[in-house]
Design a binder for this molecule. Sequence first.
Ligand code: ADP
Ligand code: MG
Length: 252
Amino acid sequence: MAEILKMTQPLITAEAVSRSYLKGQHQVPVLRGVCLAAARGEFVSVIGQSGSGKSTLLHIMGLLDSPDVGEVLLAGSRIDNLNRAARDQLRNHVFGFIFQFYHLLPELSLLENVMTPLMIRHSIFGFLKRRREIRDAALSILQQVGLEHRLKHRPSELSGGEMQRGAIARALVGQPEILLADEPTGNLDADTGAGIMELLNRLNQDQGLTIIMVTHDNAIASQAHRTVQLVQGRIQAAGREITTDPQQRRTA
Ligand code: ADP
Ligand code: MG
């Protein structure tokens, strides 16, 4: 029974999540009972206009923010109410984040940027002991995203597409189960954006990485298995059938 549950249960779930922000004197609702679940290996996109709460939702699902009401579940267990240390652990081990503006650290080389999550994971002593292992992991993931020729470059010496590939490498170096992508192509030209989408699709198909991506761009959103829409603080199906067969998706 436990085995069956494991197979049918979503990997990550936002359950009736509400969140509002104080603007001046007023509490302004942003999310009003959002329900969103992704199965293991699924690539879900959430489309919504600017200001519709996409980033807020992603931050809550990745434990960067907390819901006012509702729950976040990982493989069926509630995680949003865990203590800070446990949430930090999950953020470092289970979730990888990528952002529209990459958020690479400007004073570090690309290789150092990608090593950062593993440096945080281990204590200073642990890091020194595992330095080579951590460097090799960062090198290997940078190879996978096609950046092995840019290791010593600072972010300012990279193109937008390279910075986003670097940010993807940093998000994946700790082998997370879930990648949360916030407008990952939002600052890139169409061709470079298409390259990033190809990379995300490859990671999803080849490695079974679960991806939740938010975007305001229909063409980008439609490259996921399934698209839902965030409207007035709630999720609705985006009104079209999307095949989950990767073969068909590629030619669609
Ligand atoms: P999106 O990512 O879809 O553009 P956001 O989730 O960033 O939308 O924001 C949704 C709404 O919540 C916006 O009106 C925004 O101004 C507001 N908001 C987001 N974060 C905060 C915050 N930390 N404090 C106050 N208001 C916020
Ligand atoms: Mg946003």
